[in-house]
Design a protein. Structure first.
Length: 107
């Protein structure tokens, strides 16, 4: 694999693993549906206050704000020829199961 293709592969790999620039540790859930993966760096609380460093809020506040922790399920894959993308994100009780699938690099 050429250096350019390696770089493209790494960008594709990590853009899917890091939604909104944050690792997929939490998912925003509204009406039982996942509406966002990854915490924002700033946001508005349910009471209307704007918060910087939203992604650093403690878990109990995140839960009140509608965020649930994620459990990731990743298949085995060949990092030299494949990368992972999010396939599904399903609410299961007090957590969200994020399932990935392996995708072959193009060309």
């Amino acid at each position: 694999m050429t250096p350019a293709k390696r770089l493209i592969a790494l960008v594709r790999k990590y853009q899917n693993l890091i939604p909104n620039g944050n690792f997929t540790k939490y998912a925003k859930v509204e009406n039982g549906q996942v509406v966002q993966l990854g915490l924002p760096t700033s946001g508005v609380l349910n009471d209307g206050r704007t918060v910087s460093n939203y992604h650093l809020l403690p878990p109990d506040i995140l839960t009140v704000e509608g965020w649930l922790p994620c459990e990731e399920v990743k298949p085995e894959y060949d990092e030299a020829t494949q990368y992972l993308v999010i396939d599904t994100a399903v609410v299961q009780g007090d957590k969200v199961i994020v399932t990935y699938k392996a995708v072959d690099f193009e060309g």
